[in-house]
Design a protein around this ligand. Structure first.
Ligand code: ADP
Ligand code: ZN
Ligand code: MG
Length: 495
């Protein structure tokens, strides 16, 4: 390719979501993360001869919710396939997955970035099962350099949904914001905890480059198992750079897997990728085709929660909030639910929004804790914030009614979040109650005026800006607790 050619990146994502069902995809074992290794297994998920799989109905409800939220067409009939490959974490020697007749196809999800909308097509959404987990003992934690490896089959058979996008993404930034939007949507749907550290949400990114303006697809490489959106964005940018470098040097891009090394920020090509025919896909003979009736789809649709974009629109039209607020508040379901619930206790929605996006948001970012509208128990306190919607509403009402100065409120709120004490308790303990009692304020003002005869003369002779000095002195005398509005009014009269 001639030097100076402009290139356009082309990205398609494959996202695996572990569903939060009670039991596994094809057996009754518990599907939760963790547990003592190999205690959540049975003849089915450990592949004993003669054991037969049974489809988990709840998992199918979950995947249907996902498909509907992504505006996909749900197939009235889909089938399961065996995807054959040999690996120790796969006891059957194949994964039950879907192949040419997936659960749902042809959807999309829109993301807005810098005011511009990008529509990302969804090629397919299909149902499969997770594998076990290899644990490599040794310094690296990876297979290379391991002294020995252990296998935990607890994860084996947990329902997985794979979401495959069309190659519609043209920058690492849009890839990241697509993933954020998708994760947020899945959390609203209550189908997965989307915990990336625990691997409930994993992403493979396919990327190629082509001369800008071309509509042909270049040869792609794949960044596998990215468990952080930030790393994925960086890895993609690096890989795009590498591919452009190759093409500029007149060398071909080879279809292969690429590993992004977080520490160095470098990308390393790994192995050449398998093709579909390497997996010897064939229909799973132990499961009959999955038939989805219109009644089932309608029933799932009726039970769908309000999705983030719909909720944001409601905040704008019904609550009169700016679009910016609506976008920020709905970008996280816990926060948005908390906001909604607090409205039952406090009705100034803009003031509420400001505090949620401002001081409360800052506390959540700094502490890494989450909000919950349920009563928090001590065992959850390292993950959840103690603040309750009722308590938060009371706190805001105290500020609005002038019982606490907004400035003092900044210190009260984090303590409410940390300790679960009420605003009233903290205000009393710390003596932060705002003084609105005119008699007490008058006494303070008299004292200040008496102590500053010179400034008083200046004020009288027309230097009105001295008022600010007096207000400052009175506030100082009151320890910041005098109601500034009352101070101003009385000072004007007295001077
Ligand atoms: P494979 O057969 O390698 O699994 P698929 O056609 O199934 O490839 O696509 C897998 C993912 O890769 C999809 O998200 C798709 O959008 C994306 N993709 C396909 N071709 C390209 C390409 N040339 N460049 C970037 N992404 C691509
Ligand atoms: Zn089992
Ligand atoms: Mg594929």
């Amino acid at each position: 390719m001639a030097a100076g050619t402009a290139y356009e990146p082309v990205i398609g994502l494959e996202i695996h979501v572990e569903l939060s069902t009670k039991s596994k995809m094809f057996c009754g074992c518990e599907a939760r993360f963790g547990g003592i290794p190999n205690t959540r297994t049975c003849p089915v998920c450990s592949a004993q001869p003669g054991a037969l799989p049974v489809i988990n109905r709840e998992a199918i409800r979950h995947i249907a919710r996902i498909a509907l939220a992504l505006d996909c067409r749900i197939a009235p009939g889909s089938i399961f396939h065996r995807k054959n490959y040999f690996y120790p974490d796969l006891p059957k020697g194949y994964q039950i997955s879907q192949y040419d007749m997936p659960f749902a196809v042809e959807g999309h999800l829109d993301v807005t970035m810098d005011g511009e909308q990008h529509r990302v097509g969804i090629e397919r959404v299909h149902q499969e099962e997770d594998t076990g987990k290899n644990i490599h003992a040794g310094e690296s934690g990876r297979i290379a350099g391991a002294i020995y490896s252990l296998i935990d089959f607890n994860r084996c058979g947990i329902p997985l949904v794979e979401i495959v996008t069309k190659p519609d993404i043209h920058s690492p930034q849009v890839a990241r914001s697509f993933l954020n939007k998708l994760k947020n949507t899945l959390q609203y749907l209550d189908v997965s905890d989307c915990n990336m550290e625990e691997g409930s949400l994993r992403c493979d990114a396919n990327v190629s480059v082509r001369p800008a303006g071309s509509d042909l697809l270049g040869v792609k490489t794949e960044l596998k198992n990215m468990n952080s959106f930030k790393h994925l964005e960086k890895g993609l940018a690096k890989e795009i750079e590498r591919q452009i470098g190759l093409l500029e040097a007149g060398r071909p891009v080879v279809q292969q897997t690429v590993h992004y090394e977080v520490a160095s920020g470098e990308v390393h090509p790994m192995r050449s990728k398998e093709y579909a025919h390497d997996y010897r896909y064939f229909p799973e003979p132990d499961l009959s085709p999955l038939e989805i009736s219109q009644d089932f789809v309608d029933d799932v649709r009726t039970g769908m929660p309000e999705l983030p974009s719909v909720r944001a629109a409601r905040y704008v039209t019904e609550l009169n909030l700016p679009e910016y607020d609506a976008e920020v508040l709905t970008s996280n379901r816990d926060t948005s639910d908390f906001f909604d619930e607090t409205l039952n206790y406090f009705d100034d929605q803009k003031m509420l929004s400001n505090w949620v996006m401002g001081d409360l948001g800052a506390y959540l970012n700094a502490s890494g804790k989450k909000l919950s509208i349920e009563t928090v128990s001590p065992g959850q306190a390292d993950q959840l914030c103690w603040l309750s919607p009722a308590g938060f509403g009371e706190f805001l009402a105290m500020i609005k009614d002038g019982e606490i100065a907004a400035a003092s409120g900044k210190a009260v709120l984090p303590e409410m979040c940390e300790t679960g004490k009420t605003a009233r308790e903290i205000v009393e303990e710390k003596g932060l109650a705002q003084i609105s009692d005119t008699a007490r304020i008058e006494a303070l003002i008299d004292r200040v005026i008496e102590a500053n005869p010179e400034q008083r003369e200046q004020y009288k002779s027309g230097k009105k800006q001295v008022l600010g000095y007096f207000v400052g002195q009175v506030m100082k005398e009151s320890g910041g607790r005098a109601n500034p509005r009352t101070v101003n009014e009385i000072l004007r009269e007295k001077l």
